[in-house]
Every structure is written in structure tokens, then in C-alpha cells.
Design a protein around this ligand. Structure first.
Ligand SMILES: *Cc1c(COP(=O)(O)O)cnc(C)c1O
Length: 335
């Protein structure tokens, strides 16, 4: 299993996540992320999912024992020209339908022959590809991609890898030798039509703040920038200390849920940089200092993403540096 820890461990902290996960390998997007892991003393296998962007990076890959993807003939040429102290482990990436990165399947044989002739490449080459629509359960595109991948890999004896989280949970035929989970490790559903609890996943991240003000407003008074929400009656409005400056989505509309003291309440008015405003009409017990949960345990991040017209990935990755991180050890579960 290669755990995807790119983008700062989906916003959870790259090194923190790598130390917590018992994975056979860590998958990152670029060499900068890999070197942070090596500097922190992580000595598991690390795969650069996009390989190297320039030939000089190959030296560091050899020195730090990093696996590389080869997805383009240009990268192959860099390898053929390289002089390295150690052979590199290569994951050949083919394009089975994502049409983003990947070699054309019909060039695979030639590419493999060239790699085998390359003294700086480890003899055991792996084959990988990436799924474009596995998050849609009733879509046969995944079946088509699987067929293309299997055809390309027909005479290939090395290890194979295709599944992301959606492939792992929804498409067992895509598992092969190495699965590459990302979002599911962080307790969010990869599917367009389900929430973490439906997939038996528990959120790793809870984003929480506090109520810092409670205001009594009169009927007809508008709230916040643009006055996009107007009090329909005399009512209490809560102000919580979180905004887009923390990574809370500015596009979350009025009605987006939060939990005050564990009970659902609605966002009203525009999200500002440092604050949001909340409807306290059904929260007469609310007091300044009370906890306000934006997403996490009890409030799936997918639900907030849906309301804001985005996906859980962007919300998790987008929590900004000023948000204080607290690590709470997971309870030990005895099976
Ligand atoms: C990010 C990534 C993954 C993990 O995807 P999830 O949807 O988060 O599970 C797997 N493979 C590749 C190539 C990736 O870039």
C-alpha cells in the first residue's frame, strides 16, 4: 500500500501523517515533499507520482533512494543520459483514460526495452495508471480504464498499481499489487454521493473554533459584508472566530451547517476573512467561548464541501498556517 501524503498530508501535516501511518510506501507529488520526509528520518519507500521535472533531480533521487514515476518520453531521455551512483526504482505510468499524465499504452513495449537497457534503472519496473471517474459508482469509464490497463499489462510480470481511494472502496478489480489510498486515510469519502459515515470512515481532522460574540439584532437588520442576510425577526446572532483566512470556504452560503456545543446551527451572511456569523435562534443556551465545529467528528467535511460547491480535498488541503494544530492520540481499538 502506497499512502498518498502529498499536499502536506492532505493538510494534516506531511511528517505527522507519515509518522502515524504504517504504509509500505508514501506517495508524494514532487521531490520537495520527499526530501522533507527524508530529512525527518522517514526511511520507507517514497514514490514521486509525477517523477522528476528536471534531470538534476535524478541525483537527489538516487542519493535519497526515491522511487520515480516515468510518465513521459522526456523523462525517459533524462534517465538514459543520467550517471548515477545508485539505480533508481521506476513506476511506469501509462495513460489509461485520465488523459493527463502517462505514456501511450502502445508505446509501453519500446519504453520497457529502453528502460531495461538503462544502467541507472532498477530491473524490477512497476506499472501504474490513474482512474479518472472511480468516484462515480454507476459509470463504466472505470471498467474501460481497467480493460486498457489490463491489456497493456498483459505480458508484464512486475507489480501493478491502479486504485485510488474510490477504486479501493468501489472497484475491487482495480486493486492489483499496490493500492494508493489518499482521501480515505484522512476519513473522508471519495465518492460524489456519500459521506464518511456511509463508508465507515472516521474523520481525522476536526476544524474547531469558538463563539467570540453574541449580538441581539432587530428584525430587518442586515448582517456582514454586502448585507446578504437580513434578520427576519428580533434574534441573537453568534460570531465565531474563523473565516477564509483560516481556510473556511468563502463560498459557503447561508444555511451551511456548523455545530455549536455539538448541536447543528446555520451560517448566515457572508464568510469574512476572520469571522463567520451564526443563527442562534435555536441556541438560547449558547455563550461566548462555546466551541463551534466547522467540520470533522459529527459534521462530515463532504457536507460543507457540497454546500460550498467544492470537494472535501480542497477544504482539508486549504487549512492555513495560522490555525493551531492539536494532535489527539487515537484510541487503541482491540479487535
Ligand atoms: C492523489 C493520488 C492518489 C490518491 O487519490 P485519493 O482520491 O485521495 O485516494 C492516488 N494516485 C495518484 C496518482 C494520485 O495523484
Amino acid at each position: 500500500m502506497a499512502a498518498a501524503v502529498k499536499a502536506d498530508g492532505y493538510g494534516h501535516g506531511l511528517v505527522r501523517v507519515a509518522c502515524a501511518l504504517d504504509a509500505d510506501a508514501f506517495a508524494v507529488a514532487c521531490i520537495e515533499e520527499a526530501l522533507i520526509l527524508r530529512e525527518a528520518g522517514i526511511n520507507r519507500r517514497i514514490v514521486l507520482l509525477e517523477g522528476v521535472f528536471e534531470a538534476e533531480e535524478l541525483l537527489a533521487c538516487a542519493r535519497h533512494d526515491l522511487d520515480i514515476a516515468i510518465h513521459h518520453p522526456e523523462q525517459l531521455r533524462m534517465l538514459e543520459l543520467a550517471r548515477l551512483e545508485q539505480p533508481l526504482r521506476v513506476w511506469l505510468k501509462i495513460d489509461s483514460g485520465m488523459h493527463r499524465l502517462g505514456l501511450e499504452p502502445d508505446t509501453l513495449l519500446t519504453v520497457r526495452q529502453r528502460l531495461h537497457a538503462c544502467p541507472v534503472v532498477h530491473t524490477q519496473i512497476k506499472l501504474m495508471s490513474h482512474l479518472a471517474r472511480a468516484d462515480e459508482r454507476d459509470c463504466d469509464y472505470t471498467v474501460q480504464q481497467l480493460r486498457i490497463f489490463e491489456t497493456a499489462a498483459a505480458d508484464f510480470t512486475g507489480e501493478r498499481s491502479l486504485a485510488n481511494s474510490a477504486g479501493i472502496l468501489g472497484w475491487p478489480d482495480t486493486h492489483f499489487d499496490w493500492v494508493r489510498p489518499g482521501i480515505m486515510l484522512y476519513g473522508a469519502s471519495p465518492f460524489v454521493d456519500s459521506l464518511a459515515p456511509d463508508e465507515d470512515l472516521r474523520p481525522v481532522m476536526s476544524l474547531q473554533t469558538r463563539l467570540i460574540a453574541i449580538k441581539r439584532l432587530r428584525r430587518g437588520e442586515p448582517i456582514g459584508y454586502g448585507g446578504t442576510w437580513t434578520c427576519p425577526e428580533d434574534m441573537d446572532v453568534g460570531v465565531a472566530a474563523v473565516g477564509y483566512g483560516d481556510g473556511y470556504p468563502r463560498h459557503a452560503p447561508s444555511g451551511t451547517p456548523v455545530l455549536i456545543n455539538g448541536r447543528a446551527a446555520a451560517l448566515i451572511g457572508r464568510v469574512s476573512m476572520d469571522m463567520i456569523t451564526l443563527d442562534l435562534r435555536r441556541h438560547p443556551e449558547a455563550r461566548i467561548g462555546d466551541p463551534v465545529l466547522l467540520w470533522g467528528e459529527g459534521l462530515p467535511v463532504e457536507q460543507i464541501a457540497q454546500a460550498a460547491g467544492t470537494i472535501s480535498y480542497t477544504l482539508l488541503c486549504g487549512v492555513t498556517a495560522r490555525v493551531r494544530r492539536e494532535v489527539i492520540p487515537a484510541p487503541v481499538i482491540y479487535g
